[in-house]
Write a new protein. Structure first.
Lengths: 182, 123
């Protein structure tokens, strides 16, 4: 199962990053294999080329909060403090990735809502998640599931995009300028 | 001061732009609800994150720390983790340390401002 999902994710990345010299036949084969893997695994990724572009997330009324979602973590300061904090308990070390934290809510195997840290109480964030790699919109788990995660971009890709945007006159950050003025 | 809606709009715009170029990635770091039925004896955060890979989520880079901690070994573990993340071209600020046992972590609660089951260390 793990290998099949890894293969599906790899093919989706490859499909979008194809060089012009990759033939159309290869693209067709890729789409066919992605379709077969989606059927076998029961997972459909948001950025899958086979997922319809005009599909909207169902909007669910009501607010749901989680006790550990909006609260920040305290800074331990030094490794001595960190060691004292851990003590003899088994602990998990996770990287603090520079990005935007998201909360995803699934019910009956389908993605219901996406909300940001700015709206911890569960307002629906109307964002095009189709462009984000690694978010399944359907999964083979029928019970309720709420996941917190982080969305990020890689260094080199970020600077490459910035270069393109600067050349075009920075049209993308129109909203950001509005945000600074308010 | 920008309101939550402005920030949300800005995030949506940036996501829209970078998403067009397929340069955005999502990695899970915590499970807020669910999957408890698979771990009746010990509701482990690390094992839950591993299980998410079956559902199409990416591999969450993490270190499960079992030993009795001393400053030197924590420093080494954090250094190794951050080096592996940075080698993939991801910008990282430091490390978060959380108790792996989710039930114990829930008992810790919070002091009104901060969570008591987790802390961060910059690196």
């Amino acid at each position: 199962m793990y290998q099949k999902i890894a293969r599906m994710r790899y093919l989706i990345r490859l499909y979008y990053n194809m060089q012009p010299n990759v033939s159309r036949l290869n693209a067709g084969d890729m789409l066919k294999e992605i379709g077969e893997l989606e059927k076998e695994t029961g997972c459909v990724m948001a950025d899958s080329p086979l997922y319809p572009h005009d599909t909207a997330l169902p909007s669910v009324p009501g607010k749901i909060s989680h006790p550990d979602w909006p609260l920040p973590m305290r800074r331990l300061g030094s490794y001595e403090n960190a060691a004292a904090f851990i003590g003899d308990r088994s602990s998990l070390l996770l990287p603090l990735i520079d990005g935007i934290p998201f909360k995803l809510e699934y019910e009956a195997g389908e993605l219901l809502r996406v909300s940001t840290f700015a709206e911890p109480q569960g307002s629906v964030m109307d964002c095009p998640i189709r462009g984000i790699h690694g978010i399944p919109v359907k999964l083979p788990h029928k019970e309720r599931l709420v996941i917190a995660g982080i969305m990020y971009t890689k260094h080199d890709e970020y600077y490459k995009t910035c270069e393109i945007v600067w050349k075009r006159g920075w049209p993308a950050l129109k909203t950001s300028a509005t945000w600074r003025r308010t | 001061m920008a309101g939550a809606k402005d920030i949300s709009d800005m995030a949506a715009d940036i996501i829209g732009y970078f998403g067009k170029h397929h340069q955005l990635y999502f990695d899970p770091f915590s499970i807020l609800e669910g999957l408890k039925e698979y771990f009746p004896r010990r509701y482990s955060r690390g094992k839950c994150l591993d299980r998410l890979q079956r559902y199409g989520f990416g591999h969450c880079m993490k270190v499960l720390y079992h030993e009795t901690a001393d400053a030197q070994s924590v420093k080494m573990a954090v250094g190794k983790l951050l080096a592996s993340v940075r080698s993939n071209g991801i910008q990282v600020l430091g490390a978060a340390i959380l108790y792996d046992d989710r039930d114990y972590a829930d008992e810790c609660g919070n002091d009104g401002t901060y969570r008591l089951d987790a802390g961060t260390i910059l690196g």
